[in-house]
Ligand binder design. Structure first.
Ligand code: NDP
Length: 451
């Protein structure tokens, strides 16, 4: 790297850390992108004078608000709501809502920043945003979740709209929460529009949206594996999480012939030596989505499986790992265990599940490694397809949506190859995804002037 670029990047990161104190996840996400785009800045130094990184890393707007609600015992509860509208250069803000006690400004800024590049990669007209609350739906009744969602939307509705900002789900926000949020939005605004995605099929949702992130992860993985003349057939797959992304990644992987060995939640993981099958998947869907149970219950139903409390699944020998739970869930020692046990591909379903140290280990060992912003983009892409269907007031078949999803994942893979292939043939998917996403957003920002 030329010295002037190194000096600039060091100063930029120091300034970012000083301006955003304590926001470690945000520093991590920006640092990764900045490291990747350095060669592009070197070749295009005018972008430094244009302060494009400084502009991209400052949200266009951040809203933080009080969310008061009453629990089933009549006790008043107060949570904090957020919406980070990071970048609208490519289209209306778009990104999920997360309800989890860990939610804070740093996590939402990292997610909104990542979302901007991910949405750019999809080639669909969507800017980047993220929002949510420190509210924890776990253990709450349907009535409590509804009252919380209504209170949350009462404020959020002032800041979103079909052509302004279109939220979707994320951790803790699934079909039930989107329903309550949509209902309140409709009531407040007196309009039936596509302002949220992930809607129910009967009221504007898209076929395949629930499946899209997990399926997209597997479609992207297929492209990566094909480059090595491999496929999912007969491969041992370890998956973390047991939520939306994990469930459908597991279903698609097993349908493609893989042996899916694990699922997890924040309490531990289950290991099934025989692998999941359709009957076991049906049980998991029921357990997690209808009964809202814990993955520990799997071993009561299928006693050949084992449950490991308080542990992550990364010590289980596997060929392919699909982290689908949360950020920084693969640390250095986990990455070392995966490599040591023969894992040759890590394809991220979650956002930023691998720490920078873990990524370094994967790349040094020349694993097939893909960052979430590339491999999990199928979710937001299908949300984009839901927006299109809402706008033209049509409903596409599952086959039509699936065809679009496969094409988009294949195109994202091609973009990663274009900008990420090293002279020795190794594909650095992090660099590929970051540069491809960056070029388009930067170009659009420059076209639109200093706004
Ligand atoms: P869900 O809420 O449906 O599931 C999350 C799963 O991850 C649950 O099993 C949960 O366990 C587990 N989990 C959450 N936090 C932790 C933690 N701190 N430690 C261990 N396990 C944890 O969320 P999604 O499946 O929608 O999201 C999973 C990941 O995928 C997130 O990183 C999200 O940002 C990303 N993503 C989601 C998309 C979507 O369309 N839904 C699109 C693109 C990315 P528990 O029940 O114990 O909390």
């Amino acid at each position: 790297m030329e010295k002037f670029v190194k000096t600039y990047i060091d100063a930029f990161m120091a300034e970012l850390v000083a301006r955003n104190p304590g926001e470690l996840e945000f520093h991590q996400a920006v640092g990764e992108v900045v490291g990747s785009v350095a060669p592009y800045l070197e070749a295009n130094p005018y972008l430094i004078n244009e302060k494009i990184l400084e502009r991209m890393s400052e949200p266009e707007r951040t809203v933080i608000f009080r969310v008061p609600w009453m629990d089933d015992h009549g006790t008043i509860r107060i949570n904090r709501g957020f919406r980070v509208q990071m970048n609208s250069a490519l289209g209306p803000y778009k990104g999920g809502l997360r309800f989890h006690p860990s939610v804070n400004l740093s996590i939402l800024k990292f997610l909104a920043f990542e979302q901007t590049f991910k949405n750019s990669l999809t080639t669909l007209p969507m800017g980047g945003a993220k929002g949510g609350s420190d509210f924890y739906p776990r253990g709450k009744s349907d009535g409590e979740v509804m009252r919380f969602c209504q209170s949350f939307m009462t404020e959020l509705s002032r800041h979103i709209g079909a052509d302004t900002d279109v939220p979707a789900g994320d951790i803790g926000v699934g079909g039930r929460e989107i329903g309550y949020l949509f209902g309140q939005y409709k009531r407040l605004r007196d309009e039936f529009s596509g302002t949220l995605t992930g809607k129910g099929l009967a009221w504007g949702g898209s076929l395949l949206r629930p499946e899209a992130t997990g399926y997209g992860v597997c479609y992207f993985a297929q492209e990566m594996l094909a480059g090595k003349n491999k496929s999912f057939e007969g491969q041992r797959v370890v998956i973390s999480g047991a939520g939306n992304v994990a469930q459908y990644a597991a279903q698609k992987a097993l349908r493609l012939g893989a042996k899916v060995l694990t699922l997890s939640d924040s309490d531990g993981y289950m290991y099934d030596p025989d692998g999941l099958d359709e009957e076991k998947m049906a049980y998991v869907f029921q357990l997690k989505n209808i009964r809202r149970g814990r993955i520990s219950e799997y071993v009561q139903k299928f006693p050949k499986a084992q449950y490991f409390a308080g542990q992550r699944p990364w010590n289980v020998p596997c060929d392919i790992a699909l982290p689908c739970a949360t950020q920084n869930e693969i640390e250095k020692a986990d990455a070392e265990a995966l490599v040591k046990n023969g894992c040759y591909a890590v394809i991220e379903g979650a956002n930023m599940p691998s720490t920078p140290d873990a990524i370094g280990i994967f790349q040094n060992a020349k694993l097939l490694y893909s960052p979430g912003k590339a491999s999990n983009a199928g979710g937001v892409a299908t949300s984009g397809l839901e927006m299109t269907q809402n706008s033209i007031r049509q409903h596409w078949t599952a086959e039509e949506v699936d065809t679009h999803l496969r094409r988009i994942m294949s195109d994202i893979h091609a973009s990663c190859l274009k900008y990420g292939t090293n002279p020795d043939g190794y594909i650095n998917y992090v660099r590929g995804a970051n540069i491809a996403g960056f070029i388009k957003v930067a170009g659009a920002m420059l076209d639109q002037g200093l706004v």
